[in-house]
Design a protein around this ligand. Structure first.
Ligand code: RFL
Ligand code: PHB
Length: 390
């Protein structure tokens, strides 16, 4: 098979890029290792920045997002009994985030593939990239035991942190920046009303907690746990008990408990691979960078990468503008690093690190005091949370 762009991975980055390219008349094929049901069973992000919402709008695939997404004008930082509200809308001139699950966004993109002529090949095994340094790369894979080959001009690596795209770049060509955190987030999804109409990120002496939601009847909560713990160590009641303590008395009074629809532990890391282009290969989303989930940035960074990548590819295929492709990495990374900084600093502020002593805790208290009393500090948090300009 021959196409212009071979996209590896049908997560949000791969599907969004595929739709943006099809809308511009650029040929592409998406290769995905898993089945559609498996992709939709992964419970991940919940908060969309304006860039992500605007890409869905531009594609005309935002009907359900508009109808079912919950616009949020603020969120809260809790520290023991204190609750600091960050009024995003007031501090950023009316901007908002939208609470809408990554699963739903992926479903919307998936369901539109036939209507928009986007070819996605699911359950593609042994996806391997070849000759990405040059101008005639190709990708091989197998489907139902049969070997297949796609010749293309550009490969877009949208295959997440563990995918084959970044691994196809020879050692020594790029640089990896990595910070691993000494805890993971245990997430629980349940069909119960949220304890608060806005998100609450809590720093408690027993650890971090987050109260989030998917809808008015479905809640998503997290607590941080040492990396040595397993989901089996956390029966539902233990999670609910812990949330009631860590989220503070105001939220605890409104927690409604229910059986977990999903429960899993995700490790936290900060990671950047630079540059995000090697020859004819562009990396987008989690294949190039990971942020800890504290700032709700991962999916939104995938969306901004894809925005830059689509823009560059349109210039490349329409006007043979090679500089657009060469410029992709610097453009994307400028935004990536700022989101990395924000996610890292919010993680630092809201978690109790095992190596921290009284001084580090005093620094957290001082920073929270400063945020509580300074409009400038709140504005900085609000403009980062709502999403920096693309
Ligand atoms: P994905 O979603 O990992 O998709 C990559 C796709 O590539 C496929 N793949 C392969 N395909 C073919 N051949 C291979 N060999 C392949 N290997 C892998 C995979 O099957 C998959 O379908 O990456 P993408 O598209 O870059 O999207 C990134 C986001 O998924 C991620 O950044 C966010 O989920 C992060 N994240 C959050 N982001 C936010 O913006 N807001 C949030 O509120 C938020 N909360 C979260 C999160 C991530 C979490 N976890 C579990 C890591 C909360 C959690 C708990
Ligand atoms: C979620 O709802 O899954 C969620 C919300 C905010 C975050 C991370 C995850 O920062």
């Amino acid at each position: 098979m021959k196409t212009q762009v071979c996209i590896i991975g049908a997560g949000p980055a791969g599907l969004l890029l595929g739709h943006l390219l099809r809308a511009e008349g650029i040929e592409c094929v998406v290769l995905e290792r898993r089945s559609p049901d498996y992709v939709l069973s992964r419970i991940r992000a919940g908060v969309l920045e304006e860039i992500t919402v605007s890409l869905m709008e531009r594609l005309g695939l935002d009907a359900r997002l508009k109808a079912e997404g919950l616009p949020h004008e603020g969120f809260n930082l809790a520290d023991g009994e204190r609750l600091i509200r960050i009024d995003i809308a007031e501090l950023t001139g009316g901007k908002k985030v939208v609470v809408y699950g990554q699963t739903e966004l992926t479903r919307d993109l998936m369901e539109a593939r036939e209507e928009r002529g986007l070819e996605v090949i699911y359950e593609a095994d042994d996806v391997t990239l070849h000759d990405v340094e040059g101008e005639t790369p190709y990708v091989t894979y197998s489907r139902d035991g049969k070997a297949q080959r796609i010749d293309c001009r550009i490969v877009a690596g949208c295959d997440g942190f563990h995918g084959p795209s970044r691994a196809a770049i020879p050692a020594g060509v790029g640089k990896e920046y990595l910070r691993e955190y000494p805890f993971g987030w245990l997430g629980i999804l349940a069909d119960v009303p949220p304890c608060n109409h806005e998100l609450i990120y809590a720093n408690h002496e027993r650890g971090f907690a987050l109260a989030s939601m998917r809808s008015e009847t479905r809640s998503r909560y997290y607590v941080d746990v040492p990396l040595t713990e397993k989901v089996e160590d956390w029966p539902d009641e233990r999670v609910w008990d812990e949330l009631a303590i860590r989220l503070g008395p105001q939220a605890a009074a409104h927690i409604v408990r229910g059986p977990a629809l999903e429960k899993s532990i995700a490790p936290l890391r900060s990671f950047v691979f630079a540059p995000m282009r090697h020859g004819s290969l562009l990396l987008c989303g989690d294949s190039a960078h990971i942020v800890p989930p504290t700032g709700a940035k991962g999916l939104n960074l995938a969306a901004s990468d894809v925005h830059y990548a689509a823009e560059a590819l349109v210039k490349f295929f329409r006007a043979n503008d090679g500089d657009a492709i060469s410029g992709y990495s610097d453009k994307a990374l400028a935004r990536v690093w700022k989101s990395e900084r924000f996610s890292w600093s919010l993680t630092r502020l809201m978690h109790r690190f095992p190596e921290d002593g009284p001084f580090e805790r005093a620094m957290q208290v001082a920073e929270l005091d400063y945020i509580a009393s300074s409009r400038a500090a709140q504005t900085s948090i609000a403009e980062n949370y709502v999403g920096l300009p693309v």
